[in-house]
Design a binder for this molecule. Structure first.
Ligand code: MN
Length: 244
């Protein structure tokens, strides 16, 4: 059974090589997000010969206070990979200049993605779904995956109308609210993720094989077998990857 981890922090693992080897051996398609351009090259080198693990370049919204100066590097290095993340907005901060810096960076990233075409973005939108969707717009020429979505139902619907995908992790499926949101997403727009090491499974930090817990949760919601849920997720991932 092939699995998909559409949002995983490979560079925050103790033994990156062991995690990569496991993803390759178990056939787990993994988008290895990075939080700043200055750490992207390391992940890129680790994944140069991998089939299943793919490096993404990002600039995490929670890091803009210290890493905003890396924006030119982000825009320049985006040519080196099809995958972009972790990017987006995080309005846990109420600091207006920081929020505005986040928007400036996210908008520049989206514009560069549109220019290059065919990008697959994994996007953070905590407490900022409305502005994330306003930035993305309705005709973005690429794929936006809203990772660990926790916004309002109307925002989820706006995301669906804009063509977004949603990557679902085991923590989301443990909450009633998370499951209620997931029920609203058509099966063809769902992906799985771990967001390891930030999500815990069975008292330890999640790694890509733990997406099986998200698959099992989705199978329950969809009233189907885990193998069938996994096949749907894989088909969704292939649709994205095969779309230019
Ligand atoms: Mn993350």
């Amino acid at each position: 059974m092939k699995l998909v981890d559409a949002h995983f922090h490979l560079d925050l693992q103790k033994d990156c090589q062991a995690v990569i080897a496991e993803c390759e051996a178990k056939a787990i398609y993994t988008i290895a997000v990075t939080n700043a351009p200055s750490v992207f090259s390391h992940t890129q080198r680790l994944t140069v010969n991998t089939k299943y693990v793919r490096a993404a370049i990002g600039l995490h919204p929670e890091l803009v206070a210290t890493h905003a100066h890396e924006l030119p590097e982000l825009l320049r290095m985006m040519e080196q990979t099809r995958y972009v993340g972790e990017v987006g907005l995080d309005y846990v901060t109420t600091d207006a200049p920081i929020r505005s810096s986040q928007r400036r960076i996210f908008e520049a990233t989206l514009a560069r993605c549109a220019e290059l075409g065919g990008k697959i973005m994994t996007v953070h939108s905590r407490r900022a779904a409305v502005d994330v969707l306003a930035c993305v717009g309705s005709a973005f020429p690429g794929t936006v995956i809203l990772h660990w979505f926790s916004g309002a139902l109307r925002d989820l619907r706006a995301g669906l109308n804009a063509g977004c995908y949603f990557s679902v992790n085991p923590a989301m499926l443990r909450s009633d609210r998370g499951r209620a949101l997931v029920r609203e997403i058509p099966r063809t727009r769902v992906l799985t993720e771990t967001d390891g090491p930030f999500v815990e499974v069975e008292g330890r930090r999640a790694t890509p094989p733990d997406v099986i817990h998200a698959v099992n949760g989705l199978a329950e919601i969809w009233n189907t077998e885990p193998a069938e849920a996994a096949a749907q997720i894989l088909s969704n991932f292939r649709t994205i990857v095969e779309t230019k």
